[in-house]
Design a protein around this ligand. Structure first.
Ligand SMILES: O=P(O)(O)OC[C@H]1O[C@H](O)[C@H](O)[C@@H](O)[C@@H]1O
Length: 268
């Protein structure tokens, strides 16, 4: 019997780190470092099914970030069933291949693979996009991570001095070294290659590093957001720090791109 792609699966590593995944969207729904607390926020009213995007965890954004192009918001990967390639103790790989449905929206052949590996205090994610078409295509991408916020005074660090563009009105500002995680905010920070930290007095520190994703988007919808799948007050439970590739990259037929993200509590 085929497994419903919305069925979640918990994969525990030998040292007790937990990874929760589901095939819909190639989605990491949860991560708990060994001996720690869950660090990814998942909406209690998240919806799953064909055409729906799960609110929380780590949505895979491909081949278009947000509304930056003609495709549906955030592209074609997050709202359809992927196939599971491999699952084991704390590790999981899923794949999305173009079909009639994706080609109706974006007329190219592609293969997308997400690997997640939880062990000890880290979660490693790798996203590979492969051009299986006979024409070049361009894409943008992100791993749209929703982090749990345990203390309202939690701050985001590591972006100080960089220029942020507001995703709504394009206005620019230079960022302070420390940002309040829960402030209403939707900014893109291009060329933010260094580690970004989340300092939460209740849950502890989290360090986000990435390769291949040169940019960071920081998003919290704030109160009065009107999002059907974020209950009122729910926005106080998370902040999105999204390793992203915002400038389109062209892939030649047969070639591939990989972006990786590491989440680390730093505890040893
Ligand atoms: O509500 P969604 O389609 O999942 O998008 C959620 C958010 O994603 C990103 O953070 C964008 O920068 C925001 O503008 C957007 O609101």
């Amino acid at each position: 019997m085929a497994i419903d792609p919305c069925t979640s699966q918990t994969l525990t590593s030998p040292d007790g780190a937990e990874l929760v995944v589901c095939a819909h969207g190639g989605h990491v729904l949860g991560w708990t470092p060994a001996g720690g607390e869950p660090r990814l926020w998942l909406s209690p009213t998240a919806e799953c099914g064909p055409g729906l995007a799960i609110r929380g965890g780590v949505p895979v954004i491909f081949p278009q970030f947000a509304g930056r192009g003609p495709l549906p918001k955030h592209g074609v990967a997050r709202n359809r069933a992927w196939s599971v390639v491999e699952s084991g103790a704390g590790t999981w790989t899923a794949k999305l291949t173009d079909d009639e449905n994706t080609r109706d929206i974006w007329p190219y052949a592609f293969e997308l693979e997400l690997t997640a590996r939880a062990a000890g205090q880290t979660l490693d994610l790798a996203l590979t996009a492969r051009n299986t078409d006979d024409r070049p295509w361009s894409f943008t991408a992100a791993l749209h991570s929703y982090f749990t916020v345990g203390d309202p005074a939690t701050t985001v660090g590591g972006l100080g001095g960089l220029t942020a563009s507001d995703n709504a009105d394009g206005s620019q500002q230079q960022l302070d070294e420390s940002l309040l995680a829960l402030g209403t905010r939707d900014i893109a920070v291009e060329g933010a290659g260094g580690p970004v930290t989340l300092d939460d007095s209740r849950l502890g520190r989290l360090v986000v590093t990435a390769n291949g994703f040169p940019d960071r988007v920081v998003w919290n919808p704030g109160a009065g957001h009107g999002l059907g799948d974020v209950p009122p007050g729910g926005e106080s439970g998370f902040v999105c720090i999204e390793p992203a590739l915002l400038e389109p990259v062209e892939l030649a037929p047969g070639s591939a791109w990989t972006g990786t993200v590491r989440l680390d509590t730093g505890k040893r």
